[in-house]
Design a protein around this ligand. Structure first.
Ligand SMILES: Cc1cc2nc3c(=O)[nH]c(=O)nc-3n(C[C@H](O)[C@H](O)[C@H](O)COP(=O)(O)O)c2cc1C
Length: 197
């Protein structure tokens, strides 16, 4: 099973990436085949709210997001990992999510024509880390991801969140959380929803 994985941190080999790698071990154990896409290596401009996709469901902006639309539509399992930056996902991840507005319009137009079919196999998962432990530290990011996956025509399958890691390498030392993440990866592929703090 193909799994599309978006890394949202601009810090390579950082904490969210270490957590993602652990979760992907579980994904692979259950036959998932991840394709990892590092958003900071791509040029994805923010949505310019031009309304171009309103009538077509297609984005008029041509950049590195363009080929991702087809990939998103044709993949049943997506994982996005982002650290928390100012109580939300990173700018790179947010630009990506904002550009899924074209897919939200695509879905709306297909629904209007009676041609949209909900596919319960299509599921999105969110991975995040934050340095601090405030009770609402992940709230904004989770909402962004829930509605982002909805635009992609996917059910939100859950999240794996870790509070505390800050310096590069912190996450890699937390063996307990890495083992839990591996289990969450397995469960995601098996279709068992996970909500882990
Ligand atoms: C610009 C910026 C904003 C941040 N904002 C927050 C924040 O609002 N709350 C928090 O707990 N941590 C915040 N952090 C800390 C990161 O979430 C933390 O260092 C995380 O482990 C980074 O993950 P990464 O290595 O995958 O990039 C911020 C870090 C940066 C660079």
């Amino acid at each position: 099973m193909d799994v599309l994985v978006f890394l949202g941190s601009p810090r390579k080999k950082g904490n969210s990436e270490a957590l993602t790698e652990a979760l992907l071990e579980g994904v692979r154990d259950e036959g998932g085949m991840p394709e990892i896409i590092r958003l900071c290596d791509l040029k994805i401009s923010p949505c310019i709210s031009c309304g171009g996709c309103d009538k077509t469901g297609k984005c008029v902006v041509e950049d590195d997001m363009t080929p991702l639309y087809e990939k998103i539509i044709s993949t049943d399992k997506i994982i996005l990992a982002s650290p928390i930056f100012f109580y939300g996902i990173t700018a790179q991840a947010k630009a990506f999510i904002d550009r899924t507005q074209a897919l939200w319009n695509r879905k709306r137009l297909l629904q209007r024509k009676g041609e949209w079919v909900d596919n319960p196999e299509r599921k999105g998962f969110f991975i995040s880390v934050a340095a601090t432990r405030g009770s609402k530290i992940f709230t904004g990011a989770i909402l962004t991801m829930k509605y982002g996956y909805d635009a992609m025509g996917m059910q939100y399958a859950g999240e794996f969140l870790v509070s505390g890691p800050d310096k590069c390498g912190d996450m890699a030392k937390n063996e307990i959380k890495l083992a839990e993440a591996k289990e969450a990866g397995r469960n995601f592929i098996l279709g068992l929803n996970a909500h882990v703090d």
